[in-house]
Design a protein around this ligand. Structure first.
Ligand SMILES: Nc1ncnc2c1ncn2[C@@H]1O[C@H](COP(=O)(O)OP(=O)(O)OP(=O)(O)O)[C@@H](O)[C@H]1O
Ligand SMILES: [Mg+2]
Length: 301
């Protein structure tokens, strides 16, 4: 297993329990990490990278035990991490910044560092801007530098926290293609709010809700959560608004009324069944989780 947590718990200063006995086992490939704002995603990723210490529980990354100082040092050297808020040094050029990261990762041979910097710059498509100062880079270019720095040192485990937030649609598509290629031969854990990114780049998905791991299975298994209970419904007559009790996935209003996409086990008369998407599966999972306040874990492998 490349990432393993056992009963991982984090209580932040102030008493908030951000992670509650999380057992997560990831072998390889790209895994999407989903969850609402404050669900505990960044807390989990920061613990996996060794930036944050857990309150209790065990964590192994790439075979290293993070409770030991040697394991912690090894993980920091070998793992790639793109944090949610990455600080770049605005006065450095992209090439200088990556070289500096190479030094921090322990690549002491100057020629080897240069080789890796060149490779990473080409990989993320920044060859023609590598000599420019980071201060002049757009948000999308900064994210690409962020991925390039995470890839220095050829990490077998890559942790990426909300890499596409704030990118324009075209840049997001480019970034998604880049991310999809990164899962080959390594483990990538990708936290995001954008379900499309997961649908298109992650064969597997894990979901956190209020610090608990409530799902870890294939992305298609999450879609299946909404199979047979996804509908499109347009209220008629005096009925207004979505049917009570249904999870509303989307609402489209036109001059003739509002059409709701809903996930429900008791559809209103006239609702049209449709094939579920990942949005619907996610709504079904979290809707059920909220309704039952379940402390058991329905689908975790
Ligand atoms: N350093 C901290 N001190 C105290 N509480 C914290 C700290 N960091 C996070 N928290 C709390 O822990 C919970 C989980 O936060 P976390 O940042 O892990 O969530 P997240 O899933 O990454 O959210 P988002 O989607 O908004 O990035 C939140 O309630 C947050 O307020
Ligand atoms: Mg976060």
């Amino acid at each position: 297993m490349n990432i393993t947590t056992e009963q991982l718990t984090k209580v932040h200063p102030g008493g908030l329990c951000a992670l509650d006995a999380v057992d997560l086992h990831i072998e390889s490939g790209t895994v999407g990490l989903l969850g609402a704002n404050g669900a505990g995603k960044t807390t989990l990723l920061r613990i996996l990278t060794g930036v944050l210490r857990p309150t209790s529980g065990r964590v192994h990354v790439a075979g290293h035990d993070l409770s030991t100082s040697s394991g912690l040092a090894a993980v920091k050297r070998t793992l790639g991490y793109l944090p949610q808020e990455l600080s770049l040094y605005p006065d450095l050029t992209a090439r200088e910044f990556l070289d500096y990261i190479g030094v921090l990762k322990g690549i002491h041979d100057r020629r080897e560092r240069r080789r890796q910097v060149d490779e990473r710059i080409t990989e993320v498509g920044l060859s023609d801007r590598a000599g420019e100062r980071l201060a002049g880079f757009s948000g999308g270019m900064k994210r690409r530098v962020g991925i390039a720095q995470a890839l220095m040192g050829a990490p077998t485990v890559l942790i990426v926290d909300e890499p596409t937030t704030g990118l324009d649609p075209h840049e997001r598509m480019r970034f998604r293609t880049l991310l999809a290629g990164l899962g080959r031969g390594r483990t990538v854990l990708l936290s995001t709010h954008i379900l499309d990114d997961v649908a298109q780049t992650c064969p597997d998905v894990a979901v956190l809700a209020s610090g608990r791991l409530v799902f870890h299975d294939s992305t298609t298994a999450l879609v299946s959560r909404a199979a047979g209970c996804t509908y499109v419904h347009r209220p008629t007559g005096h009925a207004e608004g979505p049917p009570p009790g249904a999870e509303v996935v989307s609402a489209v209003t036109t001059s003739t009324g509002t059409e709701y996409r809903i996930v429900t086990t008791s559809p209103p008369a006239g609702a049209r069944p449709v094939e579920p998407s990942l949005d619907d599966g996610y709504a079904a999972l979290l809707g059920a989780d909220v309704r039952t306040h379940s402390t058991s874990i329905p689908t975790v492998r």
